[in-house]
Design a protein around this ligand. Structure first.
Ligand code: S3P
Length: 175
């Protein structure tokens, strides 16, 4: 079946946006970072939205954004780390495009997410062992959803070039 869009899923810090931007260049498709799209549509930051309305409201609004972007063609979408894990978002993404789980170890994720200037509301203020524990618990909760992706790739091993080759080799991309 022809692939009209690609959804990149995975934990915060897994490199969804970096891979998405590379794929944009390689495939000549559009690229949407779902978090940026959200902020543009609601004219606020995610941090601010969480602070004002809370996580439940964020998930409902995020769901709306997922269905909006699912209508676009020749587009790579980097989803937020929680997006696949709420409502039937993962099912919707699987119906509308190729889903790819960028899988990384807790150690690698903790290393990438340990910036003291963290803007992501779920991990703001966490560091060291606390951050590692949070990541490993949250990842265990979320992996059953991420694992519904059509492609599961070990990014500790594969690297961006490897991902690009796999996708180009599928031969089913919309021209
Ligand atoms: C979230 C991940 C963030 C953003 C929000 C919630 C999550 O996106 O959507 O802060 O629940 O994991 P990134 O995965 O792009 O950081």
């Amino acid at each position: 079946m022809e692939i009209k869009r690609i959804f990149l899923v995975g934990f915060m810090g897994s490199g969804k946006s970096t891979l998405g931007r590379r794929l944009k260049t390689e495939l000549g498709w559009d690229f949407i970072d779902l978090d940026d799209y959200f902020e543009m549509r609601f004219n606020t930051t995610i941090k601010q939205f969480f602070a004002e309305y809370g996580e439940d409201a964020f998930r409902k609004a995020e769901r709306k954004m997922v269905s909006e972007v699912a209508a676009k063609e020749k587009t790579i979408i980097a989803t937020g780390g929680g997006a696949p894990c709420y409502f039937d978002n993962m099912q919707l993404m699987n119906e509308f495009g190729l889903t790819i789980y960028i899988k990384l170890s807790v150690e690698t994720l903790a290393g990438r997410l340990s910036s003291p200037k963290q803007v992501r509301p779920l991990i703001a203020g966490k560091s060291g062992e606390e951050l590692k524990t949070y990541i490993s618990q949250k990842l265990a909760e979320r992996e059953p959803f991420y694992n519904k992706a059509q492609v599961i790739a070990d990014a500790d091993v594969l690297g961006v070039d490897g991902f690009v080759r796999i996708i180009q080799a599928s031969g089913q991309l919309m021209q």
